[in-house]
Design a binder for this molecule. Structure first.
Ligand code: CUA
Length: 352
């Protein structure tokens, strides 16, 4: 009950209040949604240029609508009271028709109302569509797959999955496409959504102010595991980002133990048909690139924390984690045995 009150009554009330106040700084002071883990996806704690624009537009419209509501309520109340039929008074009010001044006033009122409501959203729209042409912007390709996200950094020659690493305070130019059906890419605290359409690139951009890990997910129904098509945007201070790029360009690929060596053999025999590990002969192009997968915080399209136990579950029976998963149950197919799994887990965890 307590949870219900908090979630469905206090939360929205607080959100409305914040919106009415129109001031994101208050969110911080009131200790409302700042932690990504606690409040995974909220528009009320913007972190970055685009998200701020959306928040401002929303706050603007909420204030405008509230003022309109109050004005209309007062006018309606006035009319109801002023022109109420009194007992014993059966005289008729003078009927009028086609009052030119009233027509003009109504139309002007409507036009002004629409302009006021559209003012901020149109401004936000302008900010979104014009990708800044900064020389130090970073270009990243976002590719939707059933049911995971692929991120390609063409200039850095990096391909990764489900965890998008970016620096803070820099323009990140993204272009999105899909390899199968329509997906939609969006991390609410960082900005709007962008459709991922097969056979077409759609462009957008983001700029994030604060380092952190921000949730995002697919926003377009795309099949059985649509709700399990998550991603995280990990924003680093510039230096840490550069360190990540460097580490990622020089990944650890050699197995460090006997068990890991066995795992590598199984990987080469079965998994490499679909997965790539940079700097090795394993260059499958169907599934996510698994270079440095041991460093990722999540697996299975962002659904499970990256732990040996979860990795075991995921490899042993992918569909138990993600219904419809395109990664087959290789044990059922007889391609690997349950005994191969610990070796695979050891090998994958060692890729850093
Ligand atoms: Cu991809 Cu929903």
């Amino acid at each position: 009950m307590d949870g219900f009150v908090k979630r469905f009554l206090l939360g929205p009330a607080q959100a409305l209040w914040l919106l009415a106040a129109g001031h994101p700084v208050l969110a911080e002071e009131m200790q409302v949604p700042q932690s990504a883990e606690k409040y995974p996806q909220t528009l009320l704690a913007p972190v970055g240029t685009q998200a701020q624009e959306i928040f401002d537009a929303m706050a603007w419209d909420l204030v405008a609508i509230t003022i309109l509501f109050i004005v209309f309520s007062l006018v309606t109340a006035f009319i109801l009271i002023r022109f109420k039929a009194r007992r014993g008074d059966d005289s008729k009010l003078p009927q009028s028709h086609g009052d030119f001044r009233a027509e003009i006033a109504i139309w002007l009122g409507l036009i002004v109302g629409v302009v006021i409501l559209l003012f901020h959203p149109l401004h936000a729209e302008g900010v979104f569509s014009a990708a800044p042409k900064n020389a130090d912007a970073i270009d990243i390709e976002v590719i939707g797959h059933q049911w995971w996200w692929e991120f390609k950094y063409p200039n850095q020659k990096i391909v990764t999955a489900n965890e998008l690493h970016i620096p803070t305070g820099r323009i990140v130019r993204l272009k999105t496409t899909s390899m199968d059906v329509i997906h939609s890419f969006g991390a609410p605290r960082l900005g709007g959504k962008n459709d991922a359409l097969p056979g077409r690139w759609t462009k957008f951009w983001m700029e994030v102010d604060e380092p952190g890990s921000y949730y995002g997910q697919c926003w377009e129904l795309c099949g059985a595991s649509h709700a399990r098509m998550l991603f995280r945007v990990i924003a680093h201070p510039q230096k840490d980002y550069e360190a990540w790029v460097k580490a990622r360009q020089n990944p650890v690929t050699k197995p460090a133990s006997e068990l890991a060596k066995q795992g590598e053999q199984v990987f080469g025999r079965v998994c490499a048909a679909c997965h790539t590990v940079d700097g090795t002969p394993y260059q499958g192009q169907v599934g996510p690139n698994l270079t440095a997968v041991g460093k990722r915080t999540t697996i299975g399209g962002g659904v499970l924390k990256n732990t040996p136990k979860n990795l075991t579950t995921w490899i042993s029976n992918p569909a138990s984690v993600k219904p419809g998963s395109l990664m087959p149950n290789n044990i059922e197919k007889g391609l690997i045995t349950q005994e191969d799994v610990p070796a695979l887990v050891e090998y994958l965890s060692g890729l850093k």
